[in-house]
Every structure is written in C-alpha cells, then in structure tokens.
Write a protein that binds this ligand. Structure first.
Ligand SMILES: *[C@@H]1O[C@H](CO)[C@@H](O)[C@H](O)[C@H]1NC(C)=O
Ligand SMILES: *[C@@H]1O[C@H](CO)[C@@H](O)[C@H](O)[C@H]1NC(C)=O
Ligand SMILES: *[C@@H]1O[C@H](CO)[C@@H](O)[C@H](O)[C@H]1NC(C)=O
Length: 484
C-alpha cells in the first residue's frame, strides 16, 4: 500500500515538472495526495499563480486602501511588494511569507509595520494615511509571477465655482448669405465657444444627415442644386442647441450681372458733361443698352457709348437740364437680364452779383444776381456783413420757378436793409433741388451803400451813372478798389 502511494507521487512530480505553470488537474491531484506524505509534498513545489488582475485604485488623502494580491500555491515562497516602475525606480516595501499556514512578515520589514504606514492582510498590501506621495505603481510578485496595480491619491478638491453654461457663436458671413457662381467654392463658419465646450454640426434643410462636424463647412465645386439653407447647430449637451441657417445662392455661370460703378453722378453746371460707368459681366457676352425714362439712348450727338473689357460707358456731352435724371444700363443674354440705375444730378455754378441799388425807401437796397445752373435752382443763401465786422446777416431767398425747362440762366433779386455810407461784403450761393449747393462766388463782392438823401437831389441821368459806377466798383477785386 505504501509503495503504491510513493509511486503515485513520483508520477505526479514528473507530471508537474513536465507541465510548468501547473494546471488545475495537477493541483486537484496534489491536494488529493498532499499531507499524506509530508516528505514528498515539500520537495514537490506546485507552481504559484497570481489570481488578481491589475487594477487602478483611487483613494483620498488620509484614507487607508488595500491593494489585493491573491495567490494560489504560495508554498514557502516569499511574496514581495515593490513600489514604483522600472522607469521611476523600484523599491521593495513589503514582504510576506507563509509559515505553518500563517502569513508572517520577515524580520527586516517588521519595523515598517510598527511605523503604521503599511500593513498586510494575507498577501494583500494595506496602505494607511494616504498622501499624494503614495500615488505610484505597486507590484506584488512571487517567483516570476506578478501583478501591478496603480494607485492614485486624489488631490484634496479645491472649490472651483462652475461657470454657468453658455453657448456663443460667431457666424461668417455675418449676413448668413453666400452668393457663389456655379463651380466655385465657399466656406461657411460657426465659431462656437461655451461651457461646456460646444460641438458644431452642419446639416442641410430637411435632411438628418450630418454634413460636417466642426466650426467650418467647406463647399467646393458648387452646383445649382446645392443652393438652399445650411444649418449649423452648436450644442453642449446642457443648453438647447443654437441653430441658425445660412442661405447659399448659386448664380449660374451663364449669367449676367450689372453693377453701376457709382449710383449717382453730380455734374458741375459749367462742365455740362458726365461719364456714367457700369460693370457688366456675363456669359455669353451680353448685349448692353442704355435707357432713360423716355426710352433708349442712342449713340448720337450728346450721347456717346464705348466699352473697355467689362466696363461700359455712356458719355453725356453738352448737357441740358433735360439730360438730368435716371439712366439705366441694361444687359441681356440667354441667361436673362440685369440692370443698374445711375442718377445724374447737377450743382449750380457760381453766383455773379450784378448790382446793389438803392430803392425809393431810405436804407432799403435791391440786390440782383445771376447764375448758370443745369439743375433747377431751389433757393439761394444770401449773407452780408459790414466790412471788418464779424456780425453776418443771413437769409434764404426762394428761387423764382424757371418757366423754360431747358433754360439754364437764372436771375434773382432781394431787398435788404443797409446803412447808407457803409461798405458791405456780400455772398450769394445757389442751391439746387435735393440740397445740392452750387459753387461759391469766384470773387468777393464789396459795395458801399449810397446815400439816397443826396441821390434824390440828383437828376435821373446822374443817378443812373452813379448806379453803373457802383456796379463797376463792386466787381473789382477789393485790392483794386482800395487803391482808388
Ligand atoms: C458711337 O459712335 C462713335 C462715333 O460717333 C463711334 O466711334 C462708337 O464706336 C459708337 N459706339 C457704339 C457703341 O456704337
Ligand atoms: C430789383 O432789381 C431788379 C433788376 O433791376 C428788378 O428786376 C426788380 O424788380 C427789382 N426789385 C424791386 C423790389 O425793386
Ligand atoms: C429756353 O432756354 C434755352 C437755353 O437757355 C434757349 O435756347 C431757348 O430759346 C429757351 N426757350 C424759350 C422758349 O425761352
């Protein structure tokens, strides 16, 4: 009987050395035999097995934590706990071994236990009074078997006030509209900031499918069917998503565009000429026509067409008041037509004061002036002051309506109170309809109010002579008059 047991044991020994890292089948057999023959079992060393999987452990400062390390078949081997990694440096911190079915701490490590920082529970490691310095890797090993845990000691949480959630989006183009010619490329952008950080998704109208994720949507080689609304939606999972739509308008490459270089041209009355410019693009090349409210404009005297590249000009020459108003440049081709309007206005020329003559009323003088203006004169600004005085009298004189619509010559007069014997400085400026002020007078007008008391005694002939003399003097520059 005894022989058979020994025989069996020898077979098992052979088996376990043949299959290193022993299997359950062998273990099971070992326990069946173990103990029955002490001498044999101590020689036969079943391979140990670490049953614990690597783990990540977290603890708060001051707490205790247990890092597990379950081992099957410890036998008489030592179980080592090492702190650190090969990169940061390894340091043995604890050792446990089994003696007479109990786990004991070998002598060099008992001091550590007494210090109270580390402890054991079987082969598990217990760390007390956690501090941030305990954050590290911990490896439990027996023979060549090991398990490594990581321990993170959380920082004491500082109180940070949570910002309230928000989403802020900057849209580009800000008009939320993009005009693109077929075949070209454009980029729409929704730059979103917020808390928590928002994400931006792009969709087309009535479509669930997400076109793109991120702040920009690049559209390349745009086709006419790409026209429509593009929604960008910024959401941060807390607030309602912010959604807005861009409108993409696709212009056909076979198209016609007209743009006036300036929408208003103001002509100086002395020049009587204007150049109107339209930029016209189109494919196929459009036919260009100029219009007024009266109908098409012809290339004849007074109207002269020419063009250079995509700029189309209408030169107006020898303009009359009837040449003022709206002009339309119209382009059309197979794709359609487009037009732009240019308004032509005019400013009056400089006023010429003709005379300042006394009336039959003492101190009342009749001032008369003339002006050339293409545009109907609306009113005049009259201002006068005693020579050397800064006190200026001002008045507005309504213009007498012009009966002749193509007339450009205006004459007007007004009555002013003056002190006889005093020299005055006078300015008059014409203002056309639409508050277009004319040019200032070309030279200063000075005149001395004649004394009607002496004038009354004069004969009509003398008086008329005096009047014309007054006018002549007044038209001379001040320097010349002072020399007289
Ligand atoms: C307009 O007429 C002038 C000559 O009168 C000519 O040189 C010019 O080419 C014409 N322009 C157009 C567009 O027909
Ligand atoms: C002022 O003078 C002008 C030109 O001589 C004349 O036509 C006008 O009737 C005069 N006005 C008055 C109120 O006398
Ligand atoms: C109207 O004014 C124009 C230009 O000043 C002139 O040529 C024409 O003779 C005038 N007509 C009348 C009826 O006065």
């Amino acid at each position: 009987m005894k022989i058979s047991v020994i025989f069996l044991s020898i077979i098992f020994l052979a088996l376990s050395s043949a299959v290193d890292g022993s299997t359950g089948a062998v273990d099971g057999s070992t326990s069946a035999v173990g103990g029955s023959t002490g001498a044999v079992s101590s020689r036969r060393r079943a391979s140990p097995q670490v049953l614990t999987s690597p783990g990540h452990f977290q603890g708060h400062p001051g707490d205790s934590i247990t890092l597990p390390c379950s081992i099957k078949n410890v036998g008489s081997r030592r179980v080592n706990w090492v702190k650190g990694t090969s990169a940061s440096g390894r340091r043995p911190i604890m050792q446990v071994k089994k003696a007479r079915r109990k786990f004991i701490i070998p002598k060099p490590y008992r001091r550590i236990i007494r210090e109270g920082k580390l402890g054991t529970a079987g082969t598990d490691l217990v760390i007390h009074h956690l501090t941030p310095e305990d954050t590290d890797s911990y490896t439990c090993s027996i023979a060549r078997h090991r398990v490594t845990h990581t321990l993170q000691v959380l920082e004491a949480e500082s109180v940070v006030e949570e910002p309230s959630p928000y989403i802020m989006v900057v849209y580009d183009p800000p008009t939320m509209r993009a005009y693109v010619v077929e075949g070209e490329t454009t980029t729409l952008s929704c730059e979103a900031n917020g808390h928590p950080a928002p994400t931006v998704l792009w969709r087309r109208q009535n479509e669930e499918q997400v076109l793109s994720e991120g702040p920009t949507l690049h559209l390349v080689n745009i086709r006419r069917e790409d026209a429509g609304y593009y929604f960008c939606s910024a959401s941060n999972g807390v607030l309602d998503p912010q959604e807005r739509a861009f409108y993409l308008q696709v212009k056909l490459s076979a198209d016609v565009w007209v743009e006036a270089e300036v929408s208003k041209v103001v002509v100086a009355s002395e020049e009587r000429r204007a150049l109107l410019t339209c930029q016209i693009k189109g494919h196929p090349k459009p036919k260009v026509t100029w219009y007024t409210d009266e109908g098409p404009v012809y290339n004849d005297t007074g109207h002269y067409f020419f063009s250079k590249d995509d700029l189309y000009y209408l030169q107006l020459e020898n303009m009359t008041p009837l040449a003022l108003g709206d002009y339309k440049c119209r382009a059309h081709n197979e794709a359609g037509e487009d037009s732009a309007t240019i308004t032509v206005e005019a400013t009056p020329g400089p006023v010429q004061v003709l005379e300042a003559s006394p009336t039959s009323t003492y101190g009342l003088y009749n001032i008369t002036w003339e002006v050339e203006s293409l545009a109907p004169v609306d009113y005049y600004f009259v201002s006068y002051n005693q020579e050397g005085s800064s006190e200026v009298e001002r008045r507005t004189v309504s213009a007498t309506p012009q009966i002749n619509r193509s007339g450009t010559h205006y004459t007007e007069s007004t009555l002013v109170d003056l002190t006889p014997g005093i020299t005055y400085h006078l300015t008059v400026r014409a203002v056309a309809k639409g508050h277009l002020p004319g040019l200032p007078m070309e030279e200063n007008f000075f005149f001395t109010a004649s004394d009607p008391a002496s004038a009354h005694e004069m004969s009509d002939g003398t008086w008329n002579l005096l009047k014309s003399a007054l006018t002549v003097i007044s038209r001379l520059p001040k320097v010349v008059r002072d020399m007289q």
